[in-house]
Design a binder for this molecule. Structure first.
Ligand code: KIV
Length: 278
């Protein structure tokens, strides 16, 4: 086998999504479609349906494990699900969440944890938090680990934030979010998730950044969108947040629902500013 395997094709028929390809999409103004994914069976479906990035989110604590927050999720839990997704995936870009407690102590601790997820099959790791994470982002990216940062509602800090609340509502907190976004991009983050903030704040952060933003409840002007898979398949329990759309409604199969999601994100039909924004 060549040490430089050809990226030309996969059984799903599309070229593997690389960081280079994601940068091209961003430069061309093509929205990036992302969904959470936790196992090989769904990875196959999402990959076939053309989802650009599969995020093994620590939301698996709530979605799969029935917990009330992501805080108890461990690095071993994450590595197990990253490995499962990597087995089912052929061409999508795989992002693995660093869970609570696996990167906060030091950049070296983050590198050790990132190594576990990369060796399980992740192409990129995601970590939550503002300016204090910039040193860690720099440390990881200098060592060959692509990093996705995450601002706004950062669920691992739910107890410090006082609940799952919209962030950046006043001028001061909105400008802090903008500052942190700049710092993270300068530190080398290649992507930035923006969660639960007014659409205008999501738009302002996106407009000022050289890297793509991926919104979840952050408005229609982000460079891409992400939803929790089970929520968009109508499997979420309890009252769903405003930004969720049930794509199973009117779809004949799970794959059809995912294809509609991809098509609607790419055509900027989802999210609908009148229905899903703040
Ligand atoms: O854990 C997760 O699924 C996430 C998304 C909600 C962005 O971080």
């Amino acid at each position: 086998m060549s040490v430089h395997p050809s990226p030309d094709s996969t059984p799903s028929g599309r070229k593997p999504i690389t960081l280079h390809r994601l940068r091209e999409m961003h430069a061309a103004g093509e929205p990036i479609s992302v969904l959470t994914c936790y196992d090989a069976a769904f990875a196959r479906v999402l990959d076939n349906a053309g989802v650009d990035c599969l995020l093994i989110g620590d939301s698996l604590g709530m979605v799969l494990q029935g917990l009330t927050s992501t805080v108890p999720v461990t690095l071993a839990d994450m590595a197990y699900h990253v490995r499962c997704v990597a087995q089912g995936n052929r061409s999508a870009w795989i992002i693995g969440d660093l869970p609570f407690g696996s990167y906060q102590q030091s950049p070296a601790q983050a590198m050790e944890s990132a190594t576990v997820l990369m060796q399980a099959g992740a192409h990129m790791v995601k970590l939550e938090g503002g300016g204090w994470t910039a040193d860690t982002v720099h440390f990881l990216t200098q060592r060959g680990v692509p990093v996705c940062a995450h601002l706004g509602l950062t669920p691992q800090s739910v107890h410090a934030l006082g609940g799952y609340r919209i962030q950046g509502r006043d001028d001061e907190s909105a400008s802090t979010l903008r500052l942190h976004a700049q710092q993270l991009a300068e530190a080398g983050a290649a992507m930035l998730v923006l969660e639960l903030m007014p659409s205008a704040v999501g738009a302002a952060i996106t407009a000022g950044l050289p890297i793509p933003t991926i919104g979840i409840g952050a408005g229609a002007d982000c460079s891409g969108q992400v939803l929790v898979l089970h929520d968009m398949l109508g499997l979420g329990h309890g009252k769903q947040p405003r930004f969720v759309r049930d794509f199973m409604r009117g779809s004949a199969s799970v794959e059809a629902a995912i294809r509609t999601y991809v098509a609607d994100v790419k055509a900027r039909r989802f999210p609908d500013p009148a229905l899903h924004g703040y």
